[in-house]
Design a binder for this molecule. Structure first.
Ligand SMILES: [Zn+2]
Length: 96
């Protein structure tokens, strides 16, 4: 995080500024924007919306109105979960 801020520059972005980084050959430079974004998230109220996906190890921000989102993406983990539930219901019907 210290390196990220040491090498950061402020660039005008409309009415505000944003952090940018000059091109460099340092391999860890790719982590600088991620470190800054993580620190911004950890110090914001958005942190209460951070959830772990029910189908994989990924984290996501639940931006639904009722905070009911369970998966990182509906196309991947959500679909897999729906298929699993359907297969379980079908197997239960066969047993009964
Ligand atoms: Zn997932």
């Amino acid at each position: 995080m210290t390196d990220a801020l040491t090498y950061a520059e402020l660039a005008s972005e409309g009415a505000t500024y944003e952090l940018t980084w000059p091109e460099t050959t340092r391999l860890d430079a790719m982590l600088w924007p991620i470190a800054v974004a993580a620190s911004e998230l950890l110090t914001s109220l958005q942190l209460s919306r951070l959830k772990k996906c029910a189908g994989c190890p990924w984290l996501f921000l639940d931006q639904s109105k009722n905070l009911s989102r369970r998966w990182c993406t509906m196309d991947d983990c959500g679909t897999h979960e729906r298929i699993r539930r359907y297969a379980n219901r079908r197997a239960a019907r066969r047993r009964s």
